[in-house]
Design a protein around this ligand. Structure first.
Ligand SMILES: *[C@@H]1O[C@H](CO)[C@@H](O)[C@H](O)[C@H]1NC(C)=O
Ligand SMILES: *[C@@H]1O[C@H](CO)[C@@H](O)[C@H](O)[C@H]1NC(C)=O
Ligand SMILES: *[C@@H]1O[C@H](CO)[C@@H](O)[C@H](O)[C@H]1NC(C)=O
Length: 467
């Protein structure tokens, strides 16, 4: 009797584990907390009078300001505020994480008010969408230089990369993309920085409008443009329905995320177009070699990872180098999801749900992990902002955060999740505990959370054999 019970137990446990593992993506703890939230963005002016003047002159129209990109370096949290319409007084600003007296702090223009003056012929900064602080203490700013994306468009020139020294906020470098790397409809919104070596850093700027990738070498102070079919949008993945607003987008290359450097010094760039459900990858050895990257011989070097499944168009992405977990925004699903790069397969089931909410995650706009391994997510209401308007009486923007370890807990990306064979090996321990109920060795082992008593097994098995 006991022997039968044990065999049945072992078998049922195995079946349960298989089911448990495959159902992991459904489990979620939505383990992020809202750190900041705003109904409207406000800026720190020298005094109240200057702020009023800016509003009176229509230099500051609060309803036209929307945060889009995020980055955290030490105690500063940076956000980009692209100039979709007029009335954005500064397109890059920050708040101090250590001054936490309010959940809706006013933002400080970065690096200064003067850098955002649009009265200049060539303003220092026009309209960046994404930024990246590298581990060498530099802030990389990808400036589209397009003012009024939605209305009264004015292009100040080709997109540019600005690199600031975060120790003193001085501008270290300005690289304007050469005209031949900028095409009709080009739109540079996304950026990844490969900072394995500070003096030999590479930046990757995605062109979503005319699909392509511009690679910039810090050491050579020069850039080149790479083409590939995988940068293009999927014409069948252009339908969006977010917060009851339905629309079509055909954006190409968008999410860019870099792995840790391998032993040879090169990394893997994970990428996807916005209007697509596919994920791709390429080794940076290919991209960093200018002669190679600009030839047609590299086609086969780009790999297809797999599909996220229906409605899983992905926006911004970022890879946590400590855990090797890739995080990405899923605007159509009001969610942020993850995938462990150590997985062999990229499928619907190998992905984990980090956070999903039609309220707090209406439009997940950017995702980052800082050097203290905290995950940061910026969520806004971009679909309302573009196709309608924002209502200043409701919360429109949120910044959510959690330690990566907590964010991925109990998801398919949990680094504690043991692969199947190891769990089966542990069954021996579980059985020992069951056969000898008085011994409480390892009573709070991982197995205990899924342990069920022998009587229940007999009941299940008994009812099965009855039918
Ligand atoms: C910021 O606050 C944290 C703890 O809240 C503290 O450890 C750190 O020293 C502070 N940093 C600065 C620059 O004040
Ligand atoms: C996109 O949505 C429209 C309706 O809004 C539908 O007619 C069309 O079939 C959809 N296209 C795809 C590729 O799903
Ligand atoms: C770049 O690629 C070319 C063509 O494959 C190769 O001959 C050359 O050695 C590569 N350069 C470097 C620095 O790897």
């Amino acid at each position: 009797m006991l022997k039968l019970c044990l065999n049945t137990y072992a078998f049922t446990m195995m079946m349960m584990m298989i089911e448990l593992l495959s159902s992991v993506p459904i489990q979620a703890n939505d383990n992020l907390r809202v750190a900041y939230e705003w109904k409207e963005i406000d800026f720190k002016y020298a005094n109240a009078e200057q702020r009023w003047m800016a509003i009176e002159n229509f230099e500051f129209k609060p309803n036209n300001v929307i945060p889009f990109g995020i980055e955290v370096y030490r105690t500063r949290l940076f956000v980009t505020l692209p100039r979709w319409r007029s009335g954005v007084p500064a397109s890059l600003a920050y708040l101090d994480l250590n001054v936490s007296s309010t959940k809706s702090p006013t933002l400080v223009p970065y690096p200064s008010w003067a850098a955002h003056s649009m009265n200049e012929l060539e303003p220092e900064l026009v309209s960046p969408f994404r930024i990246r602080a590298d581990r060498c203490g530099r802030l990389w700013v990808l400036d589209s230089r397009i003012d009024g994306v939605l209305l009264d468009t004015k292009v100040y020139g080709p997109a540019q990369l600005l690199v600031y020294d975060l120790h003193n906020d001085n501008l270290l470098r300005r690289h304007i993309f050469p005209l031949k790397q900028v095409k009709e409809k080009s739109f540079f919104a996304n950026l990844a920085v490969e900072d394995g070596e500070c003096e030999n850093t590479y930046a990757y700027a995605g062109d979503l409008g005319n699909p392509g990738l511009v690679v910039y070498s810090w050491r050579r102070d020069e850039s080149w443009r790479v083409h590939h079919n995988y940068f293009h949008p999927d014409p069948l993945a252009g339908n969006y329905s977010i917060g009851s607003v339905e629309f079509q987008w055909d954006d190409g290359l968008y999410g860019l995320a870099l792995s840790k450097a391998q032993s040879d010094g090169y990394a893997t760039l994970y990428f996807h177009p916005l209007s697509s459900t596919m994920e791709f990858a390429v080794n940076t050895m290919i991209l960093r070699n200018k002669t190679l990257a600009t030839t047609g011989q590299i086609y086969r070097e780009f790999k297809i990872l797999g599909s996220r499944g229906p409605n899983a168009q992905a926006g911004a992405s970022f890879l946590d180098q400590l855990t090797g977990v890739l995080f990405y925004a899923l605007p159509n699903l009001n969610a942020v999801a993850c995938w462990k790069t150590s997985n062999r397969a990229y499928t619907i089931k190998s992905q984990g749900r980090v956070y999903m909410s039609p309220v707090e995650m209406v439009f997940p706009s950017d995702v980052k992990v800082d050097d203290q391994d905290r995950l940061w997510v910026l969520s806004n209401r971009l679909q309302d902002f573009i196709y309608g308007e924002l209502f200043p009486n409701s919360v429109n923007f949120r910044i959510l955060t959690a330690h990566v370890k907590d964010a991925i807990e109990n998801t398919a990306c949990d680094i504690k999740t043991k692969p199947l064979p190891e769990i089966i090996n542990k069954l021996g321990d579980i059985l020992n505990t069951v056969t000898n109920p008085t011994s409480k060795t390892g009573s709070k082992s991982k197995a205990s959370s899924i342990s069920i008593n022998c009587g229940l097994i007999i009941a299940i098995f008994g009812s099965l054999s009855l039918s």
